[in-house]
Design a protein around this ligand. Sequence first.
Ligand code: FES
Length: 315
Amino acid sequence: MMQIVRIGAMTAIAEGIVAFELVPEGDTALLPFTAGAHIDVYTPSGHVRQYSLVNDESERHRYIVAVQWDAAGRGGSASMHNLGVGAVLHVGQPRNTFELVRDDVPTVLLAGGIGITPLIAMAHVLLRRGRPFELHYAVRADNRVAFRDFLDRGGDGMACAIYRDDDPPEWRFDAGSLAARIKDGARVYMCGPSGFMDAVSRACASRPDIDLRLERFAAPEPAGPGPEFTVSLARRGLSVPVPAGATILETLRGEGIEPDVSCEQGVCGTCLTTVLEGQIDHRDYFLSAHDHKAGDRMLICVSRGKPGTTLVLDL
Ligand code: FES
């Protein structure tokens, strides 16, 4: 469901990072969200980008997102930074694939760079619930620390550690030493660049007691193009070959079919499709390993069928 919002405020909160306060345009209320949720933002450059909601989920009068300028990006962040207060934007319905579990398990929030955003929303909830938690935040340099006021203010129960790449070596972020210090049975919510998350995931591999939950905001390097296979659309009674190098999504568009999509990188889950038959070559960063093994759903923007086989989709 599309919502129309206006930029109520833009605030530079760190080097290259701007926080946007998005308020409803007109009298309509914003759709509710829970900590960890993100929204699709339809940027002026014509891109759709997913941004985590940063503010407290109890707020109904605004969304806050933070956008990091990405000089190597495809223009979405630049077009956002070039906007001004009062600009009107379309945003999607909040979706949450990174839910904060409300229980008494020890909680660790672990952020790399702009990955701090969903964790700030979680911190609001944990503080309000009076639940003690640790927040570990790794950045390149001190001027990259976002939400500094909130972190400095802290609150009862929040133990916050910030690591900078230009700190003395003994103070820098070290995934191995952090993994060794995490409390037994803790639940760890992590968001950050792929390299950061991969390092922590490897370090936590020897700690099966840790419940590690990830939110990716960008796909790592795409896998190779992959050979041809066939896709069969059960509801339409249509079979089409997916050529080497093309995605299912591109092939369907070529047939005049427009599935719901957003990131087109296998990250957001929007294009999740039920698979009725066939072997999937999963290439997404959204489904869990368990989901991949089940083999009954796939992200058609990136995942493929095994070479030479036919995938039957519930489309
Ligand atoms: S559109 Fe985001 S995972 Fe496919």
